[in-house]
Design a protein around this ligand. Sequence first.
Ligand SMILES: *[C@@H]1O[C@H](CO)[C@@H](O)[C@H](O)[C@H]1NC(C)=O
Ligand SMILES: *[C@@H]1O[C@H](CO)[C@@H](O)[C@H](O)[C@H]1NC(C)=O
Length: 271
Amino acid sequence: MSIGHFRLWSSLVLSLVLWSNTITSDAAIGSGYLRKIREVNKLGPYLGIVVPNMFEMDPLLHSDRFVPDSRTTSLDIMGKRFRIGKVGNQKVILVMTGLSMLNAGITTELLLTLFSLEGVLHYGIAGNANPNLQIGDVTIPEYWAHSGLWNWQRFGSGPNNPLALESNGDFTREIGYLRFANYSITPSSDNFLNNVWYQPEEIFTVDGSPEVREHIFKVPVDSRYLEVAKMVEVIILYNFMKQILGCFKYHQDWDFYQNTSLSKKKKIQTC
Ligand SMILES: *[C@@H]1O[C@H](CO)[C@@H](O)[C@H](O)[C@H]1NC(C)=O
Ligand SMILES: *[C@@H]1O[C@H](CO)[C@@H](O)[C@H](O)[C@H]1NC(C)=O
């Protein structure tokens, strides 16, 4: 057999192997799984609940309020477990992301891509840097931001110097910056780490043009959820006060609660 023939045979064998691989593989998610996902979606839409770690998810899993679905309790896809069930009357799909924005992003995207959802809810432990807030205080953000995208400014440059690639429209000095020297334990006027400037996220929206980026820093919370969250605050505080004090004096903060449909079902006891 000549070299030419051998090459022809080997490339034929190689293409046969590749061809048979494409028949047996279903990209990342197997067809068996896709069938199960379709079955789950027939009973949707669901509320997606996204939780960073087991420590935060356990209370919900062990609560009487969470009832796993009798047909499909969970689906394990790409290292994530999607738990299907109900919280009260609300159909939910619960997923633990793992820490970091990358994990949160990948998992939420997977959840949105695979399942029929009507909304996504995230809960978890929150820290804060405001000394006026104490443990047990409830804060309801109207906006959230990912403040982890930075432009690190070269030592020697300051707020009056453009950032690298700023002229291209890639980076901005509009949001603000953190100056390392301001956080030295021993007083110092400078620090080689210099400044980091906060940057908005580059986003590619579902209804935007592919490859045409948009920028956003402060992301508004869905107004419907914000209203619901305000009621949660009042209910938590109301139950807390009732436990501690038995009853409480009327306060103008309760106006909001008085005006919600919840207050019609359950009259506030005041003393
Ligand atoms: C750094 O500290 C100085 C002096 O307290 C203050 O005026 C300045 O705003 C601070 N800069 C930043 C970026 O935190
Ligand atoms: C509650 O309703 C009353 C009467 O309609 C109104 O005057 C008041 O401003 C409302 N309070 C809030 C917090 O919405």
